[in-house]
Design a binder for this molecule. Structure first.
Ligand SMILES: [Zn+2]
Ligand SMILES: [Zn+2]
Length: 395
């Protein structure tokens, strides 16, 4: 996490020019220049001059770095490295082309993934610069960033899963509060520079061992300005939500719990970057009579003892169309599964699963008189057949 306070946007910023001092200015010169500029541009004495507000912020930011001997040293190193082309990409020469062979680990004192990752994220215009990394990149030059991925859930019917369905999804995502435009201030009131970070938007935290890191300012949340009265809509957070409804196509054959990726249906990108993706977790409601095993549709078909013993033709429903006729051969064992090809779920490769119909003997709970007589006749006819004799054979 420690990055020794190095910030990636230093490469693009000339803090010396901001304070109007030479690169070899003494610490005293820098302090004097800062005080003069800070006084001249202070928002309290220029409440309506936004240009001066901006200048004040920049001056404060510049002094925060080159007014601190340690930070100034790092800043000078980063700037000279950048101008010499020693940075890979973007500054005329990658590590192989430039051949400088700089060891970044050395330069940045073995900075952890947070520090270097943030820096390279900005240089390469990719990666997720979290936390203050994002903010610094905004202060430098806007770069296209991909919008966030969004998650949603859709519940569809069992039959819809067989055939595919288009669903309407209402998506809410974070957006700037519409009433204060994300400033967090009561509309109509004026901001002033944050007293905690003095307009930098971040504070430097010592994390021990001589390391420090920049943290988003706890008072202004990185917005650099604060309001005396909070926006009543967002209670000062500056955040709101925006809702939109999109049509999402759920493909045929989707399984319960499956996650569908809809490319480009997530949050909008920044600065012309592509939109994120939408991930829809699909819930499929169970069916009253059908089930599912892999891509096969399953059904349990009640049959009588005589249908299995003598054979029969029975009608079985399908999910997608007309019933099919099952031909049950004489002497079919209970529980046997019959396969009806092509009546199951569509697979990704375009083929289709089958309908698996299992026969299940139903024993009547109550027998009427003629049925009882028939069953008793059957018992009499089969008397003496030792059905369970092999259970008692001695091995
Ligand atoms: Zn602040
Ligand atoms: Zn608000």
């Amino acid at each position: 996490m420690a990055d020794e306070g190095i910030r990636s946007d230093w490469i693009n910023k000339d803090f010396y020019a901001e304070l109007g001092v030479k690169k070899d200015a003494t610490a005293d010169d820098i302090k004097k220049a800062y005080r003069k500029l800070a006084r001249a541009n202070h928002p309290d004495s220029n409440p309506d001059d936004t240009a001066k507000h901006e200048k004040f912020k920049k001056v404060a930011e510049a002094y925060d770095v080159i007014g601190d001997p340690e930070k100034r040293k790092k800043y000078d190193e980063v700037r000279s490295l950048a101008s010499s082309g020693g940075f890979p990409g973007g500054f005329g020469g990658g590590p192989t082309a430039g051949g400088r062979g700089y060891n970044f680990e050395d330069l940045f004192g073995g900075a952890g993934a947070g520090g270097l990752g943030d820096m390279f994220g900005d240089l390469f215009g990719g990666g997720a610069g979290g936390g203050f990394g994002r903010r610094t990149s905004q202060q430098a030059r806007p770069r296209p960033t991909k919008g966030a991925d969004v998650e949603s859930t859709a519940t569809i019917g069992f039959t819809d899963a067989l055939e595919g369905v288009t669903v309407s999804l209402r998506l809410t995502s974070d957006a700037a509060c519409p009433d204060c435009n994300g400033t967090g201030g009561k509309p109509g009131t004026k901001p002033h520079v944050c007293p905690v970070c003095e307009g930098a938007g971040y504070v430097v935290q010592s994390v021990g061992g001589g390391f420090s890191m920049n943290e988003t300012c706890p008072r202004c949340g990185g917005r650099q300005l604060v309001y005396d009265e909070a926006c009543p809509t967002c209670h000062g957070t500056g955040r709101g939500t925006s809702a939109r409804t999109i049509q999402a196509r759920i493909p045929a054959g989707v399984k319960d719990g499956q996650k569908i990726r809809l490319k480009g249906k997530g949050a909008a990108g920044d600065n012309g970057g592509p939109a994120g993706d939408l991930y829809v977790t699909v819930r499929v409601t169970p069916h009253r009579i059908f089930g599912r095993k892999d891509d096969n549709l399953t059904i349990e078909v009640p049959v009588s003892f005589d249908e299995l013993a003598l054979g029969a033709e029975i009608k079985v429903p399908t999910l997608s169309g007309a019933p099919v006729t099952l031909r049950i051969p004489a002497g079919t064992p209970n529980g046997r599964t019959f396969r009806v090809r092509g009546k199951g779920f569509r697979r990704a490769d375009g083929t289709t699963g089958d309908l698996l119909a299992s026969v299940e003997v139903q024993v009547p709970a109550v027998l009427d008189e003629p049925t009882r007589a028939a069953v008793e006749a059957y018992r009499e006819a089969t008397a003496g057949k030792a059905l369970r004799s092999n259970l008692f054979e001695q091995v």
